[in-house]
Ligand binder design. Sequence first.
Ligand SMILES: NC(=O)c1ccc[n+]([C@@H]2O[C@H](COP(=O)([O-])OP(=O)(O)OC[C@H]3O[C@@H](n4cnc5c(N)ncnc54)[C@H](OP(=O)(O)O)[C@@H]3O)[C@@H](O)[C@H]2O)c1
Length: 249
Amino acid sequence: MKTMENKVALVTGGGKGIGLGIAKAFAEQGADVVIAGRHEDVLKKACEENEHFYYVKADITKSDDISRIVQYIKEKFQRLDILVNNAGWCPVKPITEITMKDYDAAFDLDVRALVDMTIQSLDLLKASKGNIINMSSVGGQNPGPNLSMYVGAKAAVENFTKAWAVELAPYGIRVNAIAPGAIETDIWKVPGLTEEESRKHLAESAARIPMKRMGQPEEIGRGAVFLADDKNSYITGTILTIDGGISIG
Ligand SMILES: NC(=O)c1ccc[n+]([C@@H]2O[C@H](COP(=O)([O-])OP(=O)(O)OC[C@H]3O[C@@H](n4cnc5c(N)ncnc54)[C@H](OP(=O)(O)O)[C@@H]3O)[C@@H](O)[C@H]2O)c1
């Protein structure tokens, strides 16, 4: 028996990386999945390769684009059961080099878009007594160097998750977050590195992880399906760490 049959999920940034891993996991369990992102070619390809995928080209830092996503879901499915606020970005710079442009880029996507997407989806989620899953990072609780805009934004995401879990419990909506460790996606691509240098960078990162490997997007997908499963209906306000042990050391 598939656990997500007759459900509709929306995954921001679902065309690639962790978002694609999550979208695939929900579709495998029988859900219809709407993915959103800025690059139509990427979204189209994901829809061609996966059944039960639908897409809306959208820049979620723009409120009007979020409204279009919600309108599409209302017209096409008349329901939304699972909102996955996945899209995020990570500027890697020390505070001595950070500009307000970096701050705005990180917080517009990692925080503002997540809040806007959530507010605009609330009517649908109230109707379905649905689930919100926010994408944090192990950095949300373990701040490392050169990532201050990112870890600051993800700390906000974790506290929003807990606050909304309390506020939305009376509506039957559960709100949880996932804090991934190092997952093999394009977010790890360092500009200017050759392919060989990139491989070395990834291998060095993997060596610091207790499990001695990077995680894969589908491993985050399985965590998201677990959180949204109606059988796990007592789980809310949780930050689910999926990190191969890296946050323990
Ligand atoms: N990979 C890791 O090690 C790791 C670890 C901890 C947490 N995370 C978190 O996991 C999430 C996904 O990361 P990832 O590694 O999968 O990154 P990724 O491969 O770079 O994917 C990012 C996704 O977000 C979308 N996106 C970016 N800006 C957008 C915008 N303005 N509007 C709509 N969509 C937008 C991208 O699509 P377009 O470019 O087409 O818009 C893409 O689909 C992020 O929140 C990240 O912080 C990742």
